[in-house]
Ligand binder design. Sequence first.
Ligand code: FAD
Length: 489
Amino acid sequence: MNGPKVLSSGLNLWTSGRSRWISRLHDGVGGKSSCSSCGPKVCIVGSGPAGFYTAQYLIKARRDVEVDIYERLPVPFGLVRFGVAPDHPEVKNVINAFTQTAKHSRCSFYGNVAVGKDVSVAELQQAYHAVVLSYGAESNRRIGVPGEDLAGVHAAKDFVGWYNGTPTSRELRPDLSCETAVILGQGNVALDVARILLSPVDVLEKTDITQPALEALGESRVRRVLIVGRRGPMQVACTIKELREMVNLPNARPEMVAADFEGLTEAVKGLPRPRKRLTELLLKVAGEEQERRNEASHIWSFRFFRSPVEILSNPENDRTAGIRLAVNRLEGSGEGARAVRTGEVEDLACGLVISSIGYKSLPIDPTVPFDSRRAVVPNNLGRVHQAPGLYCSGWLKTGPTGVIATTLNNSFDTARSVVEDMGSGMLDVSAARAGSQSISRLLEKRGVKPVTFSDWEKIDSVEKGRGEAPGKPREKLLTVEEMLQVARQ
Ligand code: FAD
């Protein structure tokens, strides 16, 4: 059977064709029907983009498949809700397509169920013909230097979670009373964080940023954000859109080190197109900065060829007072160039360090193979190694890289493997499985009450209502207890 067309890359491409694709997909929409319980039953763990795209493909590819999505939180959509920056509302439009999938007659959502804790993967495997793990990358890589645990040092994951309303990051309360913040890492997440720190509050107040974050940012005294990377301008990991947003920040100007750009005008000529455009923009920014010198009160800067060595503390209050950076030189060139320490170090005074060096998946169940070095579930096209009937998709499958469109492609690949295995007999779907019926019984015995998709819609509606007065798309509920209270009303 031909699967849905996998689009190359770029969310715009995907969204432009979306309405057609959705209308083909929803040949059966119209409330949950009592569809046959004899068809293949697939369980998906995690309701981020990977979970929803896997479900979307499966439902479209086989008219008899039933899909149940289990989600740890009472609210769906993973990093689309808790990661994507509040000033990127257009990216969050994917939620409309996910909602259509969740409302399909052959799809059910069970929020508030933590797989690995409330129910084991083995129990899910007994109840379903196939289990797809799509639970993302919820932890972060550590910097691995002395002083990392000082007050004033945060993982980007927690800082992003704080301004986006992740329940576990609610208490973060970063101290924004310092002038200089250092961000370690030069990818898109680092630029999201820098932009949020430097954006005027009247821009942020019309977004779905949480109220406590908005208030704290309104009182922030951070004026200078240094974005530090091990390697040089030709190796930055951000994309041009995010860099342009930095350049266009009102009231902020870039400040680069001219020496970092020596020889780049020549080198740029032979680069592949996306890298070339990005480097050209960086060169332009570095060239123009003098003209903007007196215009802005806030400064942002890329600090290249630097690796963290130690977070320095203020002995009086045991808080972050600075960061010691090793100075690097590059060995090799292009994307594969390696940073090698020169032996020199540089100390920068700062009161806030945000480490944006990567998210990281964790094992959730000891029975599931896990590659601890790469922090992924080892797989071949989504088929988990040596675990028939078990699959993975999204960041858990590939590691924490790529945009939502990348996750779409890799989730479609996994779903295609599931469908192929059903067709080839590698996955035995001949005997009926109990699916959610048996899992619901188990959960009930354990005192776990799942949140359905219509329960989530109550939360959604309350959040949107609370956002009306301040003119925000929504005011997010910030604790699991509050979410459950609204869901149960
Ligand atoms: P996730 O989105 O993390 O979803 C995983 C889900 O699994 C979560 O809902 C989680 O609660 C659930 N889960 C975890 N553990 C369990 C468990 N034990 N049981 C049940 N459920 C569980 N991409 C863009 O295209 N544009 C952007 O602007 C953009 N901004 C981003 C900003 C940030 C800060 C980050 C980190 C990423 C951003 N991305 C962006 C990338 C995008 O978010 C990812 O590509 C995508 O979310 C990965 O999807 P996923 O489903 O694998 O993981």
